[in-house]
Design a protein around this ligand. Structure first.
Ligand code: ZN
Length: 225
């Protein structure tokens, strides 16, 4: 069963809970997706969730469905919360709610998602399946000097596929937590995924992945079906 872990491999004493995600938080990814399906922009962040069963350890193999069309990579910075946030308007309070940071894949069944978007339906079938959120361990927030300048990347079969920096987020980490907390309460142990930069594409059985975040994480894993 999934448990939050620290960089040394120890269990973090916070419950595993839901994953709250934001879509369209990097302009270069919005541009690449508009080639497939242009949807109207809204002033508020696009939010969706992944359930507890989506979580699994990124360090182990990444299992993707083999009967549901293309499964795309979306590498994202992840935030682990140690405090509850409900209708929070205080940036300091939001920042203090962060236990630490990690890196995750928001696995997305893209063929299914495009059909759902066209029909105006919710995205859960494409985003919330079991194992759809492989995630690293977490490094404490105190190890990050600035939340708004964190490099992260994904290599597939030794070539770079996605490269991002949190400075390019349209809604930054602290502001995002506050906005999310006005849509629904964020609980202790919740994980927040902060959006993906451009470079999404299909993962295939046997692909080797290398996921990096600043000097904190450098994880190698493999895709299986
Ligand atoms: Zn995503």
């Amino acid at each position: 069963m999934y448990q939050h872990r620290n960089s040394a491999g120890g269990v973090i004493d916070l419950p595993a809970n839901k994953v709250v995600c934001v879509g369209k938080n990097y302009q270069d990814h919005i541009d690449e997706m508009n080639k497939h399906f242009r949807s109207s922009d809204s002033a508020e962040p696009l939010l969706f969730m992944k359930p507890l069963n989506s979580l699994c350890a990124l360090e182990q193999t990444v299992k993707i469905p083999d009967d549901k069309g293309a499964c795309h990579n979306e590498v994202e910075v992840a935030i682990l919360l140690q405090r509850r946030l409900c209708r929070c308007d205080d940036a300091k309070e939001a920042e203090q709610a962060i236990w630490g940071l990690g890196v995750a894949l928001d696995l997305t069944l893209r063929d299914i998602q495009l059909k759902l978007k066209k029909a105006g339906h919710p995205w859960e079938r494409s985003k919330s399946f079991d194992g759809s959120c492989p995630i690293s361990s977490f490094a404490p927030k105190s190890q990050f000097q600035c939340l708004n300048n964190i490099d992260f990347s994904l290599e597939v079969n030794e070539s770079i596929r996605q490269k991002g920096n949190t400075k390019d987020m349209l809604v930054g980490i602290v502001e995002l937590l506050m906005k999310m907390s006005h849509a629904f309460t964020l609980d202790v142990g919740d994980i927040i995924l902060t959006g993906t930069p451009s470079g999404v594409g299909p993962l295939l059985k046997g692909d080797t992945l290398r996921v990096k975040m600043a000097h904190h994480f450098d994880i190698q894993t493999q895709v299986i079906c």
